[in-house]
Structures are given as C-alpha cells and as structure tokens.
Design a protein around this ligand. Structure first.
Ligand SMILES: Cc1cc2nc3c(=O)[nH]c(=O)nc-3n(C[C@H](O)[C@H](O)[C@H](O)COP(=O)(O)OP(=O)(O)OC[C@H]3O[C@@H](n4cnc5c(N)ncnc54)[C@H](O)[C@@H]3O)c2cc1C
Length: 585
C-alpha cells in the first residue's frame, strides 16, 4: 500500500490522530487515500489464490479441529510450505518482504476461512518475531530470521503473566545478569499464542537496573529450563495453540538481549503498536466472509413466502455490516500505509484501528448469526464459531478499554504539554517576550476558534458535493475534540488519568473522527477514479458520518450532562456485597 505519490506527500513526523486533539485535520496524511504498491499487488494475487486453494478444502476439518482444539502438524507444515511464516521477513533472510498493508490483507484472507490459522501465522509475524525485526542487531537477525522465515522456528511473544495482564509493567519474571555477561531467566508466562509449538520466544523480564525495569530477550524453546504447559481449552480460536511457557534457571547468552537493557517496555509497546494492523486486517477478512455468508443465507431462506432478503430489518443488518466492514478496512489500510511509509508516530492510529475493527467484527458476527437465526445457533453452520472466535479480539493485544484510555490520554498529553508551555510562557513572558507572546498568540487563536468556530480548521481539498457536506461534520467535531480535551485538562489537571468516564468520551470521539476521515478519504479516491461502486461508497460515507455524528454529539454533551454519578453509586452498590441486592419477593 505504498503508492509513491501518496507516500511522498506524507509528513512522517505528524500523527493525524494527535493533531485532531488540537482541532486540526491534517489533510496531507489523509488525502489522497493510498493505493497498494505495484510489487505488493503482483505478489498478493497468487498468494491469495494459493491460500484459497489450500484452505477451502479444509473447511470441514476446521470444524473438527475447533471441537478437538487442535491444529495438526501436517496442516502447520502446509502453512510452512506456502511460505506463510516468511511474509514480512526481508528477502535477504529468505522472506517475502511484504509491506504491512499486504501482510494485513493476507491475514484477512486466512481469517475469511478460519481465524485460528491467522492466529498461528499472525502471532509468529505480528508479535512473536516482530521485536527481532524492529530491534534486533545484524548478528541476531542472521542467526534467527532464516529459520523463522522457513517456519522451522515458529515464534511467540511472552509478556502476560498470572499477575500481569493489562498492567504489563508489573511482570515478575526476572533475569539476573551473571558474571560472564549471560542472564539467568526465571518465571512463568500464561496464555501464550503458539506457546506450545514455538521454537523461538521473545520474552520480557524484569532486570531492574538504572536503565529501566524491563528487558527483552530472545529465547530458544530447546534450551534447558524452558518448558510449556498443555494447550488451553478455550471459548474460541480453539485450534490456535495457547499455552503457559515457563523458564527455570534458563541461561540466556548476553548476545540474546534484544534492544538495550532496561528498554523492554518500549520494545514490547513498539511490537504491539506495529502488530495491530495484522489483527485489524484479520477482522476485515472475517467480516467480508460474514457478509458473503449472510447475503447467501438471506437469499436462500424463505419465510412468509418471500426470501428474508426482502425484509427491511434483514436488509438493515446487511447494510450495517457493510458500513462497518468498509470503515474498518479503510482505517486498517490507512494505518498500514503510515507504517509502511515510515511514519514516526502511528501508535494512536494503530490503537484506533484495533479498537474499531475488533468491535466492528463482533457486531458483524452477532448480526450475521441473527440473520441465520436458529441455523446460526447450530454448529453445522460457521456463525457460532466465528462469533466465539472474534470475541478474543477485544481482549488481547491490549484490551479495548485500555486502548480507549490510551487513545484519550496520549492525545491529551500533547495538549497538556501545550498548556504547560502556556504556563511557562506566562511565567517567562517578561524574560523572553517574543517567544512567550508567540505561544500565547497561537493558544489564543485556538481558543478563539474553539469558542466561535471562526478560523477553525477546514478541509481544503476539493471534494465531491456529497462528501464536502460530510467534511463539515468532521471539521466541527475536530474543534469539539480540542475544546472538550482542553476543558477536561483544565478541570482535572493531572487527575485526568483517573477520570475514566471522561476519557472514554474523549477516546470515542477521537475514534469516530479518525475512522470517519479515513472513510471520507477512501470514498473521495473512489469518486475520483470513477469507480463503478463510487455511488454506493458515498452512501457508506453518508451513513457512517450520520451515525458517527450522533455518537460524537453524545460524547460532547456527556461532558456536561451525564449519569456518571449514578453509575458510580450503582457500581459501588453491587461491589459492596458482590451481588445484585434486589428481588421481587
Ligand atoms: C487466547 C489468548 C491469547 C493470548 N495470547 C497472548 C500472547 O501471545 N502473548 C501474551 O503476552 N499475552 C497473550 N494473551 C494475554 C492477553 O494479552 C491478556 O489477556 C490481556 O492483555 C488482558 O489481560 P488480562 O486478561 O489479565 O485482563 P486484566 O488486565 O485483568 O483486565 C480485566 C478487565 O479489567 C479491565 N482493566 C484492567 N485495567 C484497567 C484499567 N486501568 N482501567 C480500566 N479497565 C481496566 C480490562 O480492560 C478488562 O476488561 C492472550 C490471551 C488470550 C485469552
């Protein structure tokens, strides 16, 4: 997805989502919507066909493997033979060197057949060995990447522990430096995807030095002291291997420290950030498959003498699934483009794409099952499996609650910094009047725009009339985001971090804004290309924007008028005795 013309105009030092918190719509990084690069397109065609040829005949087997919670070794060998463990590894190490966009598209294709397949490939590439790609030195890459590319070594990412889930910084696994420079690693990681089949682990351990608390290590499964537990019995993605991995007095050579000592948290977060489009791409692929299944079902099933496809309430579901899928796809591939183009800061956009796509596929699975109704509830049909499989997506790689808070807080951080700058400017105005007044006048201008709407950021790109109307909605709510963020910071100061109801509104508003702008940019591109589906795509943009406007308006209103106090009382009530305290008798 690295169209040269699109990437050349990108400002690599700007984050569109962060700019939104200042009321700015940073068009240079939104328009024109990127197109897939020539090399990627040429490679993707045959790979997608090969995936279909390999996975289609396995559909009956997937159901059995889901029941038995297994993924047979011969099947994994088939994935190796197709090169599916080598997708993002550079060619010099035997990989296909695909872009993030192409990689996400491939996970979409595998997910359209079976999510557990995407998990096996995705945990390997998106998180298991991503640290080596991002932070590894030449020697580490030369030692491991060829075997990772061939799939001889499958990779896994070992961060979570029994006492450390969302609070990843609180891990207890520790590594103690030995006199010879090696490390002695002890601890246990839980729920590790590929944990029982991996030969290569990226492990995070506490090293507690002045440099920082956590460090990352490359650990081989064959080393003495490394062991794994049985495959977990799960609700969904049952054939994807999930296991506990333990480390007992494991000697890790000095050269297997990944990145710098004490920088483990940064390594972990960078891996998760750059891996999120894989999960988003998988969600999009599964949604496309659900739309196919649901439309087929809507035609095939007759009630009241007509196919149920003719009923408004069924059509409404199909349309909503289409809007959700298009919006998620537009966002995921925009973010993949940022990563592929070398943008320095895409963490907020990546978090938005993960939250939106994982919520969207769950809505989609729910509605597709509802269209199939009784059939949907039966194991003979794939709906219930897809519903179970998609549930994990809002739990792992950062829960959607944590990511919503992250989106709000990291967006507000820069706004807070600018407010601090303002404070300093006021203090230093007498020492350095020119600099001080410069900051002040920028701030005054922003406040004036927020309160009056005059001078607020406008989308300057010339859009088709139907899209130009929609752009105004995003202009308005970008200004609103800046305003409510500013007010929240003034009201709560540092305590904003504990104001989760407030942060959720700010985060949700930012999500709808960024996703909506991605939709707008993509539909603009389709209109310009005279795409045969451009008219339908404009309807998507209109429906999404109208729905987003209602949600965004609720977020803004909720800053002043809300039920937060009542909700706090009710939560305290049930928490007090850990039960619902009423009964009708
Ligand atoms: C199938 C599966 C595969 C996995 N694969 C891997 C893997 O390969 N590698 C790996 O390292 N981990 C993996 N995990 C772990 C996964 O990343 C964690 O489950 C996830 O980070 C959440 O941690 P937790 O389950 O302990 O939930 P908790 O952190 O205990 O959270 C419980 C609830 O509280 C909420 N919550 C927590 N803190 C806050 C807060 N500050 N504010 C508001 N709400 C909060 C959460 O959103 C959640 O709803 C996997 C998990 C599963 C189930």
């Amino acid at each position: 997805m690295s169209d040269d013309s699109a990437s050349s105009s990108l400002r690599l030092d700007r984050s569109v989502a962060k700019q939104l918190f200042f009321g700015d719509i940073f068009e240079e990084n939104l328009f024109p919507y990127p197109t897939i690069g020539v090399r990627d397109r040429e490679l993707l065609g045959p790979i997608l066909d090969a995936i279909d040829d390999f996975l289609k005949p396995q559909h009956a087997a997937f159901r059995q493997w889901d029941e038995r919670a297994e993924q047979p070794e011969e099947f994994i060998q088939g994935l190796r033979d197709m090169g599916l463990f080598s997708l993002i590894i550079p060619e010099e190490f035997g990989g296909l060197a695909l872009s993030n966009a192409a990689y996400s598209r491939i996970l979409g294709q595998t997910s359209s057949h079976e999510s557990s397949v995407s998990l096996t490939i995705g945990a390997h590439s998106s998180i298991g060995m991503k640290g080596l790609l991002l932070w590894g030195n030449d020697a580490q890459k030369a030692r491991y990447l060829p075997r990772l590319a061939s799939g001889e070594l499958i990779a896994a990412f070992c961060l979570t522990e029994a006492g450390a889930g969302s609070d990843a910084a609180s891990i207890r696994t520790h590594a103690k430096r030995q006199d010879d420079g090696s490390w002695l690693l002890n601890g246990e990681k839980i729920w590790i995807t590929n944990g029982g089949i991996a030969g290569f682990y990226t492990v995070f351990a506490r090293t507690d030095t002045e440099a920082g608390k956590l460090s990352a290590f490359l650990v081989e499964a064959s080393w003495p002291g490394v062991a794994h537990g049985p495959h977990e019995d799960k609700m969904g993605i049952r054939s994807s291997n999930t296991a506990t991995v333990s480390f007992t007095d494991v000697r890790v050579p000095a050269e297997n420290l990944l990145g710098e000592e004490g920088h483990g948290f940064k390594v972990a977060m960078s891996i998760l950030n750059s891996g999120r489009t894989g999960l988003g791409g998988g969600s999009v692929g599964a949604m496309k498959s659900l739309i196919h299944l649901a439309t087929e079902q809507a035609h095939a099933r007759h009630q009241f003498g007509r196919p149920i496809a003719e009923f408004g309430l069924v059509r409404e579901k199909l349309a909503q699934m289409t809007v959700d899928c298009f919006a998620a796809e537009s966002t995921v591939f925009m973010v993949a483009h940022y990563i592929d183009s070398g943008c320095e800061d895409y963490s907020l956009e990546a978090a938005i794409s993960k939250v939106f796509a994982s919520d969207a596929i769950q809505r989609c699975a729910h509605e597709a099952l509802q269209i199939a109704a009784g059939n949907g509830f039966m194991k003979d049909y794939p709906y219930e499996r897809i519903t179970r499989d998609s549930r994990i997506l809002s739990i792992f790689e950062g829960t959607n609650e944590i990511l919503r808070l992250y989106i709000a807080l990291s967006g507000l951080k820069d706004v807070g910094a600018s407010l601090n700058e303002l404070k300093h400017a006021v203090n230093s105005i007498f020492n350095d009047p020119i600099k001080g007044f410069g900051v002040l006048s920028g701030y005054a201008q922003r406040r004036f725009s927020q309160s009056t709407g005059i001078g607020a950021d406008r989308v300057r790109r010339e859009l088709a009339p139907r899209l130009a109307v929609l752009a105004k909605v995003y202009e308005k709510y970008a200004t609103e985001l800046a305003r409510i963020g500013d007010e929240a910071l003034r009201q709560h100061g540092r305590a904003i971090a504990d104001q989760q109801f407030v942060l959720k509104r700010v985060g949700d508003l930012a999500i709808d804004l960024f996703v909506g702008l991605c939709v707008l940019a993509r539909v603009d591109a389709l209109v310009r290309q005279d795409d045969p589906q451009a008219d339908a795509a404009q309807h998507i943009a209109e429906v999404f924007t109208a729905q987003a406007r209602r949600r965004m308006s609720r977020c803004v209103r909720g800053m002043q008028r809300n039920e937060d106090a009542g909700l706090e009382v009710l939560a305290a009530t049930v928490l007090k005795d850990e039960r619902y305290p009423w009964d009708v008798i």
